[in-house]
Design a protein around this ligand. Structure first.
Ligand code: ADP
Ligand code: MG
Length: 716
């Protein structure tokens, strides 16, 4: 008998390898599977008669197989399964590539339901690699071959008809497999404890959890999807609010470390910069320093669009902590960024005698920055002693690092300030873990930084426990980045333009969606583009490549050569998406731009335009689809991250915009950042419940659910 805790390996048709793949997605049990929500639906709620298919349309067709055969294409060395399907109105040609087994599943005379995109290759309608499933033969009286009558569905199809769910998949799993499995266990949704208090459901008018889970996977109508989403989104927001309210209460009670403001040194630091801070930077720094001088732990979010200069604000805070003989840590999401911040901080604080440490998976260094000439530090490693993380975390005044900081079984000596850069890349639990490394009795001050724009009212609703500082102004010398969608025919001209920019001393990023072309999706890869640019297009220029599969040492070397201006063109995957600061780069060229979200592309674009030079962003795409082009055009007109995030949501749906990369948006799977109304309700309900019973003892299921969340947070 199946139950919620049944291992998915015990489900019908799950072999060892499928089980492994499912577990990789985080679905180990039936319960996990039920909570594995689709992010999108294909609307195949109407069966279209073949005679009425329009080219370019996604459609569901039901018909009988007249003919089906396997062929080998000798030239392309691939297997082609070809079929002719008719539904009484017309016939449709269907082709599948490299799936010869289809000829064993389907045969002439079978009825099939197909879902896919209609093309018009050979004069008549064609579907290439549609999703297929066998259906029961329709009532013969219903089918009048040769007339306009056609089969209307009404069978048990789950892959090709109705609102068909799409899941985020990896590792060669298919939507079909996932749907099939969920169908097997969907009735168990009724067994899930609905932990939301009855009165909350009543107040907000939400459906039950079991109902919501059934409907999110197999909805019949749009309104069912809406209802299911609303319930599940509320759950997420409500738990966040409860937690956030609880944190706020405990912070209000706890003691913090007083960090005195060292005015002369801070002035000296600011004065040593080659430019003036913007007023917004000043204000943010002041808010932070004032906050840390109080005896209560700071908990603050620093928000400013890419390139607004958040790093300096963080450095001024860390400097003051070091001057108070306490420790500060800055945690960042990538090794590249850690190295870059480390070098920057060493350089900026060279005159202040602070010990600065670096801790990543592969790099551990400490430097006492008393070297008057900053160049010296950048270019030589002699001053930096290699050490292990224990020494660094005990000794350094300022530590910069990646996740390695929280993985290592080491503590700080007396941590007074924890800063997280690009906070949307970290989960709540990782922040918590960093703070727990403090080594002292008092809660350290906490600052997270993000370029993801959220309006103040929303931030409040989302993070009730955080104070907010906003940098809403760019440094004065910045020019707007000129952005263009470049058609393939102008590629040569774009390369020529790049050549000119390099001649003028500038540098260029080329972003590709893939590392190598092993996957057949046809997207551009770093390896292939690098080869092409280095051998054919710019054989005379120094070109580098960067991706996650390179060893840390190699990555660092390439990045350094790029920052030093030795490498002129850097071909990279999205590893440079966040934080990388190369002020001399003026062109950001993005291949396969349609594969990235608008918000993400805006982040890429933020890698250029970081100095007074006019910068450019060129977007390339193979897609001709009108909506894709429209989406990309939005980038050419829009330079505001928030507006772009909203548009993205409209174009792609919530799961995609703040998808897996945006962990810091609090593991929102269903809710979106723009669910203002729901967020407000979640906050009100959370506050209300805590007023009634601060211990939540009246609602044991809710309490258990909250506890689960925390336990999970501590184990990971
Ligand atoms: P982000 O907010 O995206 O983290 P950074 O802190 O990396 O931005 O700053 C981007 C670039 O702008 C850096 O090269 C930095 O030195 C420079 N910068 C920061 N503040 C100013 C300023 N007030 N005037 C001019 N340039 C600045
Ligand atoms: Mg940054």
């Amino acid at each position: 008998m199946l139950n919620l805790e049944t291992d998915i390996a015990n489900l019908n048709r799950v072999g060892a390898s499928t089980a492994k793949k499912l577990k990789k997605l985080g679905t180990a049990t039936v319960r996990d599977l039920l909570f594995y929500f689709p992010f999108r639906y294909d609307d195949f709620s109407k069966v279209t008669p073949i005679a009425r298919l329009a080219t370019g349309q996604s459609a569901n067709v039901v018909g009988q197989i007249d003919l089906l055969q396997n062929k080998r294409s000798p030239r392309r060395r691939i297997n082609i399964t070809e079929a002719l399907i008719s539904d009484g109105t017309e016939s449709l040609r269907v082709i599948w590539f490299n799936q010869p087994f289809i000829a064993r599943i389907l045969k002439a005379g079978d009825w099939v339901s197909l879902a896919g995109k209609v093309e018009d290759d050979y004069g008549g309608p064609t579907m290439t690699s549609p999703v297929y499933e066998k259906v029961t033969s329709p009532n013969p009286s219903f089918v009048r071959r040769g007339t306009s009558g056609f089969y209307q569905g009404g069978n048990n199809a789950i892959h090709t008809q109705g609102l068909v769910p799409n899941y985020h998949l990896t590792a060669n799993l298919t939507h079909k497999q996932v749907r099939f499995l969920i169908k097997q266990v969907i009735s168990l949704a009724n067994k899930i404890t609905d932990w939301l208090p009855w009165e909350v459901k009543q107040n907000v008018k939400l459906i039950s959890l079991g109902e919501a889970i059934k409907k999110i996977h197999f909805p019949k109508t749009d309104s069912e999807i809406r209802k299911a989403r609303e319930r599940l989104a509320f759950d997420e927001l409500f738990l966040i609010q409860l937690q956030s309210q609880l944190v706020k209460k405990s912070l209000a009670l706890s003691q913090g470390l007083k960090i005195e403001f060292h005015e002369p040194e801070t002035k000296k630091f600011v004065g040593s910069l080659p430019f003036k801070l913007t007023n917004a930077q000043r204000k943010a720094a002041w808010e932070i320093l004032k906050d840390m001088a109080r005896g209560r732990p700071m908990s603050r979010l620093l928000e400013g669009d890419v390139g607004s200069g958040k790093t300096l604000v963080a450095v001024s805070a860390m400097l003051n902590v070091a001057l108070n003989q306490k420790q500060a840590v800055l945690m960042v999401p990538t090794e590249i960024l850690a190295r870059q911040h480390y070098d920057t901080v060493c350089r900026l604080l060279a005159d202040f005698g602070a010990k600065i440490g670096l801790v990543t998976r592969s790099q551990r260094e400490i430097s006492k920055s008393q070297i008057p000439n900053p160049k010296q530090i950048l270019n030589s490693n002699d001053q930096k002693t290699k050490l292990n993380s224990i020494n660094i975390m005990a000794e350094a005044d300022i530590v910069i690092g990646t996740h390695a900081l929280i993985q290592a079984d080491v503590k700080f000596n007396n941590l007074a300030l924890a800063i997280i850069d690009e906070q949307h890349r970290f989960g709540v639990e990782q922040r918590q873990r960093l703070i727990e490394k403090s080594g002292g009795k008092l809660t350290p001050h906490f600052l997270s930084m993000t370029a993801t724009p959220i309006p103040r009212s929303l931030a409040l609703a989302l993070y009730g426990d955080l104070d907010l500082s906003i940098i809403n102004e760019m440094p004065q010398d910045r020019k707007k980045i000129i952005t263009q969608v470049v058609p393939e025919k102008s590629r040569a001209a774009a390369y020529e333009f790049i050549r000119q920019q390099i001649r003028q001393g500038r540098q260029v990023f080329v972003i590709c969606p893939l590392v190598d072309s092993a996957d057949k999706s046809g997207a551009k890869s770093v390896e292939a583009e690098y080869e092409k640019l280095a051998k054919i297009v710019f054989p005379d220029l120094a070109i580098g490549k960067l991706h996650g599969r390179l060893k840390a040492g190699e990555k660092e070397k390439i990045m350094r050569e790029f920052l030093d201006g030795k490498i002129k063109i850097l071909v990279s995957t999205s590893v440079v998406e966040v934080g990388v600061d190369a002020p001399n780069a003026s062109v950001m060229m993005i291949e396969g731009a349609d594969r990235f979200g608008l918000a993400q592309t805006h982040q890429f674009r933020g890698r250029v335009g970081r100095s007074r030079y006019q910068s450019y962003c060129f977007l390339f795409t193979d897609s001709q689809a009108a909506d894709t082009l429209k989406r990309l055009e939005a980038l050419t007109k829009n330079h505001d991250g928030l507006a772009l995030a909203k548009l993205d949501l409209k174009f792609r749906g919530p799961g995609e915009v703040y998808g897996t990369e945006q962990k810091g948006f609090l593991e929102l799977k269903i809710a979106s950042l723009f669910d203002y109304a729901l967020m407000k309700q979640a906050r009100e309900q959370a506050i209300r419940l805590l007023e009634i019973d601060p211990g939540l003892n009246r609602w044991p299921a809710l309490k258990a659910r909250l506890g689960e969340r925390e336990k999970k947070a501590h184990l990971e």
